[in-house]
Write a protein that binds this ligand. Structure first.
Ligand code: URP
Ligand code: ZN
Ligand code: ZN
Length: 476
């Protein structure tokens, strides 16, 4: 009888720390050995010429989340199918608390949508829109203890925005229960002011979405969030950073010794505000409406500078898909009247790794090991999944992507597996592509074909993040 369930033979193993030739032996869904010339796999996989990397972890994904009158294009089945096809084996979507609703109740609802339907493993961040005394005093600490160890707060959006005082109260609670807070940094009042001004002068096309929330609005909110985090002595993750100004705020805070972390996304190294240009609502600009909006090519350079300076720990997709040509999506009847109503968000969970590999590793801006850290290992470390996920070493879950570093592909909608009817990256040529993906030792995708089944993905109760520990230098 074979000693191991699976042996991946002859590949180049890449972790966040090292690159080396080795075989990988798997049994019981876990990596048992990483060594030369391993014998005896019931199933043998030839990885000659391929990189053997930890499966991607995407810690910023929206699935089946309500958004005004629009309907998200991905449920948990299609969203995780798309993720696994792109080499990502774990996603952390959000359980959103509508105002007035019980947090526990909404977590139960998201479990009903997800459990038994996923192709990847998954956890949940919480979105706190209503930090009532009951939520902060009882529900949130109890949910953190149950493995929902991170949550997101918003500084904009009518139905989600928190006041500064509410943010401070949430930060206090996060510190007390050692949860990690993700912050969406864009200033609500400034955006409202700009939106009303633009609408008054008839500037309602999708492009004006970008004009209504310029980088200064993101920079101001980023600085405000950092100041609140300093005051309450709580580490925070600034998500979806779009360019130089917010990047430099985080760098400033990090140099001051504050525990401020940064995340960026493919849209900020591959799209610009020019993509939003369209003469009217029937043009394609709405396809690119997301927040913060993509900026310009100089901002791409600033993001790469941020990578070099260590500003960013994670590279996530912020996958938030809506169909374009649909009355439930970007071309919703109301969204034709003003950019204000175009649902915010773009798909990207399936193309995240290829875009970073191509523009980062192939074009010499980051190393292979940094690629693994940014797409997998650091997500596990930041969000309480390490040392179970995020590396290739004995004891880790055998979540593995076999990656062809030479394969050049033009991203096309017809190649993808999401529920959206378009990709914002249509026509982008990338080099580097996942050719096989294993989830806990099970082959889920082979040569672009999904061979796994929905329901093979499991819920992950997450540990507290060591990165959420306060500095113990509170003001009061
Ligand atoms: O436009 C975006 N990013 N939509 C998703 C929600 C969010 O703010 O992350
Ligand atoms: Zn956000
Ligand atoms: Zn998001």
């Amino acid at each position: 009888m074979a000693e191991f369930d699976v042996v991946i033979r002859g590949g180049t193993v890449v972790t966040a720390a090292d690159t080396f030739r080795a075989d990988v032996a798997i049994s019981g869904g876990r990596i048992q050995s990483v060594a030369q010339n391993i014998k005896g796999g019931a199933k043998e996989i030839d990885a000659g010429g391929l990189l053997v990397m930890p499966g991607g972890i995407d810690s910023h994904v929206h699935l089946a989340q309500p958004s005004g009158d629009a309907v998200m294009a991905d449920d948990f089945e299609s969203g995780t199918r798309s993720a696994i096809a792109g080499g990502t084996t774990t996603v952390i979507p959000f359980a959103l608390q509508p105002r007035g609703a019980s947090l526990r109740g909404c977590v139960t609802d998201y479990h009903k949508l997800a459990d038994g339907r996923c192709y990847t493993d998954y956890g949940f961040h919480l979105i706190i829109s209503d930090p009532s005394p009951g939520v902060l005093g009882q529900e949130l600490p109890a949910l953190v203890a149950d493995g929902y160890t991170s949550f997101k707060v918003f500084m904009t959006y009518d139905d989600l925005v928190l006041s500064d005082r509410q943010m401070l109260d949430v930060f206090d609670c996060a510190r007390d229960c050692s949860a990690l807070v993700m912050v969406h940094c864009e200033g609500y009042d400034a955006i409202r002011y700009m939106t009303e001004r633009l609408e008054r002068s008839g500037k309602t096309a999708p492009y004006y979405h970008a004009v209504s929330r310029p980088e200064s609005v993101e920079r101001e909110a980023t600085h405000r969030a950092i100041s609140h985090a300093e005051l309450t002595d709580v580490p925070i993750m600034i998500v979806h950073v779009s360019g130089r100004e917010p990047m430099e705020q985080i760098l400033w805070a990090q140099r001051k010794g504050l525990k401020i972390y940064g995340e960026t996304c493919p849209q900020y190294i591959a799209l610009t505000a020019e993509d939003l240009k369209g003469l009217n609502m029937d043009e394609t600009g709405g396809k690119y409406v997301c927040s913060p909006p993509p900026r310009d090519r100089a901002s791409w350079d600033a993001i790469w500078e941020g990578f070099r300076a260590g500003v960013f720990q994670t590279f996530s997709s912020d996958h938030c898909p809506f169909r374009y040509d649909s009355a439930e999506g970007k071309l919703h009847p109301k969204s034709r009247t003003s950019f204000r109503w175009v649902p915010n968000g773009i798909p990207g969970v399936e193309t995240r790794m290829q875009i970073l590999f191509s523009k980062g590793v192939n074009e010499g801006r980051i190393t292979l090991n940094e690629f693994v850290a940014l797409t997998s290992t650091n997500h596990a470390k930041m969000y309480g999944l390490y040392p179970r996920k995020g590396s290739i070493a004995p004891g880790f879950d055998a979540d593995i992507v076999l990656w062809d570093p030479q394969r050049t592909t033009t991203i096309r909608q017809e190649l993808l597996h999401h529920g959206a009817d378009y990709t914002p990256y249509e026509g982008l040529e990338v080099t580097g592509w996942p050719v096989m993906t294993l989830l806990r030792g099970n082959v889920m995708v082979q040569d672009g074909e999904i061979v796994g089944k929905p329901g093979q993905g499991a819920f992950l109760k997450r540990d507290l993040s060591p990165f959420a520990a306060p500095r113990h230098r509170s003001a009061g």
